[in-house]
Design a protein around this ligand. Structure first.
Ligand SMILES: [Fe+2]
Length: 518
């Protein structure tokens, strides 16, 4: 064995604590394993968190009725990476052992790759072979990159529509998909149902696993995972609607709720191409926030807006969680935080030190204000950044004080396309625009009424575009001199044969904060 291989093994060992599997170098042959009756790779393949020299490769074995006898056993899965689509040029391979404790999921940190390169990969186990996935590494950090193309998406309630957005993204030339949360939904609304969740509201690990597996049963979603690496964060529905840190809206005892959160986080990890799973010593904690560098062109911070936030301000004592509040003094409390102190400090330090042109925040919800005037004062939706106005002000004044240019905030959650100016004092002309915001509509989840949205538009001149009636995704094209965001949409509900079109396109020019219609 060469020194280099020893080094790789040591690295693999170090990472195995995070990925929960023990990667070993295979001897180059197919792993022994079951003679499958069903198809164990039915949930597809995925890749994510690209770096210049590595990417995460994911799959999970599932067991058909006739294969259930194998479920109790550990299985060996071979993962192969190729330099060409025809799979004639092998690059590296790994033999991974997995078992029922991690729902037979497989996470390979595929290291030793070249920057800015497309690779193809597949998994094998016994008689079965997975579909082939395609992925791409990030450019070298010093590289002068001319272009970054992102598919920005969020909120894919399975029951409320089909995944035409994923079908289209799978066909496009993208560097990665940026998914900003609400990947699964725990709940149902019988009024808006064109297909059906199996089972009730998940609470246990087994129930969250089943919900994730059902979503991965969608062929368009699988195709989009197989076509591009994904960069991901989460919002509330991956656990339960409106949760904040250790609290849900039923005011469940926090120790009980954190066990549910641990189950949801574990199932999330088991189904996603992410590097790290729950903390083995504290399984209700899982780090998802991350930093990604795209050559000299861009730096992206994906943020966690759920796990560390303060509870919503001025909640209804009978039913917690989100609501619209008026005259809520707690909002002015400077100690309240959306990101938690550690993540906020990490972000501010990263922003201040960034030498990249575009500084991009990938976060779950809307940052611009959407309050409206009422006889009792201005309203605030207490679950989005309007519910954490002092934290928003800290972030935006930090950007202003450091004279940071070209800060772009990307969001999801609110089921509408938004292009907005971000100022330290929202909607105040005397407060300069310091950053630009693009919120993507939902892939499938229903949006708010036009009547309410019209009032929000009228009360918020910083919002230059807002439409909640259509579903889809947003195509971001980031270049050194400017970026554009094209909202690709179709009316609600998305039918199987719906077709997306351009709803609107907005631009941000380098050196000049603020969105402009293109
Ligand atoms: Fe959502």
């Amino acid at each position: 064995m060469q020194r280099r291989d020893l080094h790789r093994m040591a690295l693999a060992h170090a990472l195995s604590a995070w990925v929960g599997v023990a990667p070993v170098q295979a001897a180059g042959r197919r792993p022994t394993g079951p003679n499958w009756q069903g198809f164990p790779f039915a949930l597809g393949v995925a890749s994510g968190q690209p770096r210049p020299d590595s990417v995460v490769l994911w799959t999970r074995l599932v067991f058909a009725e006739a294969d259930l006898a194998h479920q109790a056993q550990a299985q060996s899965v071979l993962c192969e990476v190729f330099a060409d689509e025809a799979l004639r040029q092998p690059v590296r391979h790994w033999l991974i052992e997995t078992d029922a404790r991690r729902a037979h999921s497989v996470h390979v940190i595929a290291t030793g790759l070249q920057p800015a390169r497309t690779y193809w990969y597949r998994f094998s186990c016994g008689s079965a072979q997975s579909a082939v996935g395609r992925t791409r590494t990030a450019p070298a950090e010093g590289e002068r990159v001319e272009r970054l193309r992102i598919g920005q998406a969020s909120c894919q309630h399975f029951e409320q529509g089909y995944y035409v957005a994923h079908r289209e993204m799978a066909q496009r030339d993208l560097d990665f998909v940026l998914f900003l949360g609400d990947y699964i939904y725990e709940s149902s609304n019988p009024k808006y149902r064109i297909r059906t969740h199996q089972g009730g509201v998940p609470r246990t690990l087994e129930e969250y696993r089943a919900r994730h597996a059902q979503y991965k049963g969608d062929a368009d979603l699988r195709a989009c995972h197989a076509a591009h690496p994904w960069v991901m964060t989460w919002d509330d529905h991956e656990v339960v609607n409106d949760y904040a840190n250790d609290l849900d809206r039923d005011y469940t005892d926090s120790a009980v709720f954190l066990r549910r959160r641990a189950a949801a986080y574990q199932a999330y990890f088991e189904h996603m191409p992410v590097r790290m799973g729950p903390d083995p010593c504290a399984p209700h904690q899982m780090r998802i926030h991350d930093r990604l560098v795209w050559g000299q062109l861009a730096e992206l911070w994906t943020l966690d807006c759920r796990q560390y936030r303060d509870h919503q301000a001025c909640p209804d004592p009978n039913r917690g969680g989100a609501r619209v509040v008026v005259g809520c003094e707690a909002l002015q409390d400077n100690r309240r935080s959306m990101l938690g102190a550690a993540q906020e400090a990490w972000l501010m330090q990263g922003l201040a030190n960034s030498a990249r042109r575009w500084k991009v925040l990938g976060q779950s919800t809307q940052m611009s204000s959407s309050g409206v005037a009422t006889p009792l004062g201005r309203s605030s939706f207490n679950d989005a950044w309007d519910g954490y106005p002092m934290a928003r002000q800290r972030l935006l004044s930090g950007i202003a004080d450091a004279r940071l240019q070209d800060v772009l905030v990307l969001g999801g959650d609110v089921h509408m396309n938004v292009a907005a100016q971000l100022r330290v004092q929202p909607n105040d002309d005397r407060s300069p625009v310091v950053a630009s915001e693009i919120v993507t509509t939902s892939v499938s989840s229903r949006g708010m009424s036009e009547k309410l949205l019209a009032t929000i538009r009228d009360n918020n001149p910083d919002i230059r575009h807002a439409r909640a009636d259509e579903r889809g995704y947003t195509l971001l094209d980031i270049r050194p001199h400017g970026m554009s965001a094209t909202f690709r949409t179709t009316p609600f509900p998305v039918q199987q044969d719906s077709v997306l079109r351009d709803q609107a396109r907005f631009e941000v020019l380098a050196g000049r904060a603020g969105v402009e219609p293109a």
